[in-house]
Write a protein that binds this ligand. Structure first.
Ligand code: PRP
Length: 213
């Protein structure tokens, strides 16, 4: 897997199965129940690529045949869903990383200015010991993700990735300026933001679609 040719911080996970599920999730008639299920499924499928760089360490095990030196993950990741929509991705990733810990950060965009407003933060202790995945389906202006990464970095964590479904060049540029050391994984690179800072073509408001608000 390589960084995107035009966006050095973007890692596109565009597997055919992910593209298929994303096309159903984007469709405006898709009900909340299917939207939630697909969000979790896509996040789980993306985890395979997102975790490719995770460190492993040797461990001695006994197979039914003999002893051997196998490899296990050195440290389970910490997931940090950005409330609310990031919650929709969390279970799909936890299904694969059953030992992962979960921190929560509540951030909402001001509807007029699109500036992020933080309203909740609870991170597990020792976040800095392993990889951290900040999860949020959408990277629009990038303000929410940049704020979430600010908070995670305050703990001393350095191995941080942002995992999204759809991103736009504007948000990638903002993340590159604020956190050039952080990789952004996405299932799709969309065209642009509209005048209300919504992603086009996008998938609508993921939080509202996920929770039926
Ligand atoms: C959406 C989305 C991201 C943010 C992206 O959340 O889930 O968190 O906007 O926008 P940005 O890149 O411009 O910061 P929203 O503020 O709608 O909150 P919600 O999930 O509670 O609906």
């Amino acid at each position: 897997m390589q960084a995107h040719a035009q966006h050095p911080n973007l890692w596109l996970v565009d597997h055919p199965l992910i593209q298929h599920k994303l096309s159903v999730l984007r469709e405006r008639t898709t009900p909340s129940s299917d939207f939630r299920r697909l969000l979790g499924e896509i996040a789980g499928l993306m985890t395979y690529e997102v975790s490719r760089r995770f460190e492993t360490e040797p461990v001695e095990i006994h197979t039914p045949m003999e002893r051997m030196l196998a490899r296990r993950l050195r440290c389970a990741p910490t997931l940090v869903p950005v409330l609310r929509a990031g919650l929709g991705m969390t279970d799909g990733i936890l299904a694969l990383f059953t030992e992962a810990r979960v921190g929560h950060i509540g951030i909402r965009r001001d509807e007029r200015t699109a500036q992020p407003e933080e309203y909740y933060l609870r991170l597990p202790p020792d976040v800095q010991d392993g990889p951290v995945l900040v999860v949020d389906p959408m990277l629009a202006t990038g303000g929410s993700a940049a704020r979430a990464v600010d908070e995670v970095k305050r703990t001393g964590a350095r191995d941080i990735s942002v995992v999204c479904l759809v991103v736009v060049p504007e948000g990638l540029a903002a993340m590159q300026a604020a956190h050039p050391d952080v990789r952004v994984y996405a299932a799709a690179l969309d065209r642009c933001l509209n005048e209300r800072f919504f992603i086009c073509p996008g998938l609508g408001d993921a939080g509202d679609r996920c929770f039926g608000t």
